[in-house]
Design a protein. Structure first.
Length: 135
């Protein structure tokens, strides 16, 4: 079997789509390439640390920050949590930028995370993806 090159579309893999849905054949939907990567990122963003008994460190601790003061400290902590989770759980991506939007009156903090596929010259940086995280 040939080795899969880091940076190739095959490197992104193939797996179950998150959130779960049923495909046209009545099976659980699967995806490959970029859609598989997006699904993996959504899973990390949507999972609270400790929710998976078999992998208690998986996910992010953002839910613990929901009742914190909506200030610059919270913003920095949330950005750090996103960076740590992506770094630990999704080596196929590199964060391009994280921008924060604090809506103090509503007590809401929103992070727009832009990331790209890590790897070789074939696809690295060719696709810029985005995920929004709201506290």
């Amino acid at each position: 079997m040939a080795e899969v090159q880091r940076g190739s579309l095959e490197y992104l893999g193939y797996g179950t789509v998150s959130p779960f849905k049923i495909d046209g054949h009545g099976d659980i939907a699967n995806a490959g390439g970029v859609e598989n990567l997006r699904s993996a990122v959504r899973t990390i963003v949507g999972t609270q640390k400790g929710n998976l008994p078999w992998k208690p460190g998986f996910g992010m601790d953002l839910w613990r920050m929901k009742h914190a003061s909506n200030d610059r400290v919270l913003e920095d902590r949330a950005i750090q949590a996103v960076q740590e989770a992506f770094s630990r759980w999704e080596p196929r991506v590199e964060i391009a930028s994280i921008s924060a939007n604090r809506i103090v009156a509503k007590g809401r903090l929103s992070l727009d995370v832009k990331y790209q596929i890590a790897g070789g010259p074939e696809i690295s940086g060719a696709v810029l993806l985005s995920e929004t995280v709201t506290l």
